[in-house]
Ligand binder design. Structure first.
Ligand code: AMP
Ligand code: MG
Length: 327
């Protein structure tokens, strides 16, 4: 619940900075609810048909039921519990796993969707969370290697029977893209999809101006956004230490794990925000760059076309990618 509250604040910051300007000619149809273990919101500016909202929420739930590693009946749980045997899954699950493998390769394993054995050791929702022991981490790390995922046709097999998939770093981006596809197919041209801070715009605002999306001040949601970015038909996704963490013995333990150590990344970054067309790409790259760290992460972004980023360090200093133009 504490986490949900934190995320609600984060969402509020985003929404306030988006429509607090009072320039919109029409109030959008708005939905806020919980799904995907976070707060989700939708703002549709050019339709008042509530059926659209219902369908978007259904899309969210359908994908959550396929991709969650904690829902026993999900396709991901079926793969994780199959003890290395092949599991038949839907084309969407094949697609997202393939994307996960792609970002594993792109980052030489800094991004790794077989991080599940390690992430399941870190319980951020526990009443009194404690870090796992060194032995537990070492054992879990033996089973982290995205190269152990074998896809054949419509089946997925884990070559290491004890490996566990965790799609937490890309699922929200993938699902935001699917919601956008749906709304566009229904004729929506102006909307904002926000899945726990994973923001995706359809078009621009009704008055023709860009959406202005707040980037949260790390660990201080009350302070308002530290900066904001302008987007038109783009996604903006932030991976930050403050989004999911606990404190133990005056130390902060967050949820973005360095696969070299099995522990939260400790590289001076507090958040990474990515701007690009696809929300899946933004989601994957925000986590990837966070794990790669300030130098290697920014180097990667500067090599990619049509991707921009801003990194915030532990002193709240902001570094922008070379071609950043959305300020
Ligand atoms: P995000 O908030 O998109 O950066 O994703 C963070 C989530 O991705 C975590 O809560 C884990 O479920 C998962 N995760 C953590 N570390 C990694 C990693 N190194 N590679 C891939 N997924 C990760
Ligand atoms: Mg991500």
């Amino acid at each position: 619940m504490k986490n949900i509250r934190k995320i609600s604040l984060l969402l509020l910051v985003t929404i306030l900075s988006t429509c607090g300007c009072g320039k919109l000619t029409t109030k959008p149809m708005t939905y806020t609810g919980t799904a995907l273990d976070t707060v989700i919101s939708l703002q549709i500016y050019d339709s008042s048909d509530e059926y659209l909202i219902d369908e978007c929420v259904k899309i969210c739930k359908t994908y959550e039921e396929k991709f969650s590693r904690t829902i026993e009946t999900s396709e991901i749980s079926m793969i994780n519990n199959a003890k290395g045997t092949a599991v038949e899954v839907s084309p969407e699950t094949i697609k997202i796993i393939e994307k996960g493998i792609y970002y594993g390769e792109l980052s030489s394993g800094a991004f790794d969707i077989t991080i599940g054995t390690v992430t399941s050791l870190w319980d951020f929702k526990a009443e009194n969370p404690v870090p796992p022991t060194a032995e537990e981490i070492t054992e879990a790390l033996n089973h982290v290697n995205y190269r152990n995922i074998a896809i054949t046709g419509s089946t997925v097999r884990l070559l290491d029977p004890r490996a566990k998939l965790d799609l937490g770093a890309i699922a929200k981006g993938y699902i935001a893209d699917r919601i956008k596809d749906y709304l566009v197919s229904e004729g929506v041209e102006h909307a904002l999809i926000n899945l726990g801070g994973n923001v995706l715009a359809i078009g621009n605002k009704l008055d023709g101006s860009e959406f202005n999306i707040g980037v949260q001040t790390p660990f201080d949601a009350d302070a308002g956004p530290i900066t904001s970015v302008k987007i038109n038909n783009q996604s903006v996704v932030t991976s930050g230490t403050y989004q999911r963490y606990f404190e133990h013995n005056d130390k902060i333990y967050h949820h973005i794990i360095d696969p070299d150590t099995g522990r939260p990344c400790n590289n001076g970054l507090t958040s990474v925000t990515i701007l690009t067309d696809s929300s899946l790409t933004a989601d994957a790259l925000s986590t990837t760059c966070f794990v790669l760290g300030p130098e290697r992460g920014m180097k990667l972004i500067n090599q990619l076309d049509n991707v921009d980023a801003l990194f915030i360090d532990s002193n709240n200093n902001i570094t922008y990618s070379r071609n950043f133009q959305n300020k």
